[in-house]
Design a protein around this ligand. Structure first.
Ligand SMILES: [Zn+2]
Length: 314
């Protein structure tokens, strides 16, 4: 069944999943919400489902009392624009939300995926122009890999996300399935340098400060784990690396919150049984995915979420 706002009324509790906002000094980027759009999108969702504050949603999840049409608001990736633009809207509504924060950017390891996205939005008129430059660069530096990938690209790759264009899906195929993380990073560094900026410069502008994270928690919002380095595909890591992703993430957030986080969202919605076991051992019992796919025998660590792309803004 096609996903839409109405999907939140069917079979199971849902998180609304937000990432990017513009206003208060943050530039508009693909899919970003203004404060007004965010406000209206929450109103639309609250008309057809029960919008709960994060703490209530969490308690109901833990006691297995969530109703089918209970929903909550959540944010991924620890971006300053969420604090500057979305948090004041939540305050006006007296609504508390989940903020899932990856902490690598606080430790000198920028979340490059997000930085690359901002770079694409601010340095290229359209994403298709960027995709062309990416293809051209790859054709020059790794011509053999590039032509092999062209032949192996499955035409239905990621068609489960209907808002991706063919260009999006091809780019993600190269990035997530063909290139190693190092190869992808190298390619992007070449392109960023050619446009006269750097990863560090962009990182400073977009990462949510530790003071803002503490402030959110003090306001009653629920801050949760989202891994440390936000791997593109965390299941590719060894068990020790997976554990490290979440325990280091927890250590950082614990120091900002003076308590250990007890919930999480899966980076890129990716996880495996091994990761669920690691999380349970860390006493994390509530977690969110990034899509609305049906999961058989879904646990509380696999609560579905509706991408904000599906929410009306007017
Ligand atoms: Zn994320």
């Amino acid at each position: 069944m096609a996903v839409s706002l109405e999907s939140i009324q069917e079979s199971g509790p849902t998180g609304l999943m937000f990432h990017h906002f513009h206003g208060s000094g943050h530039l508009k980027s693909e899919g970003s919400f203004s404060a007004e759009e965010f406000d209206r999108s929450l109103n639309s969702a609250a008309k057809i489902a029960t919008l709960l504050s994060a703490e209530t949603f969490l308690e109901k999840a833990l006691s297995r009392k969530l109703a089918e049409n209970d929903i909550c608001c959540s944010f991924d990736d620890g971006l300053q624009c969420q604090f500057d633009v979305a948090a004041p809207v939540l305050a006006a509504k007296e609504l508390k939300a989940f903020f899932f924060v990856n902490t690598g950017p606080h430790a000198g390891h920028p979340y490059v995926l997000e930085i690359f996205r901002i770079f694409r939005n601010q340095f290229f008129e359209t994403k298709e122009i960027f995709f062309t430059e990416f293809d051209t660069t790859l054709q020059t530096t790794m011509s053999e890999t590039f032509s092999t990938a062209k032949k192996s690209f499955p035409e239905d790759y990621l068609t489960v996300y209907p808002f991706y264009t063919r260009g999006d899906r091809w780019f993600r195929y190269l990035r997530d399935e063909i290139l190693t993380p190092e190869e992808y990073l190298k390619t992007m560094q070449l392109i960023i340098k050619a446009h006269g900026t750097s990863i560090d410069e962009i990182n400073q502008k977009i990462t949510m400060s530790r003071e803002s994270i503490t402030d959110l928690s003090n306001q009653g919002h629920v801050v949760g784990l989202h891994s440390h380095s936000h791997p593109t595909n965390i299941t590719r890591l060894t068990t020790a690396e997976k554990l490290s992703e979440y325990s280091v993430n927890s250590q950082y957030l614990s120091s900002y919150l003076s308590k250990a986080p007890n919930c999480m969202s899966h980076p890129n919605g990716v996880y495996d049984e091994n990761i669920l076991r690691i999380l349970r051992e860390m006493e994390i019992f509530v977690g969110f995915r990034d899509n609305m796919d049906l999961v058989v025998n879904r646990s509380n660590l696999e609560i579905r979420r509706l991408d904000s792309a599906f929410l009306p803004r007017d």
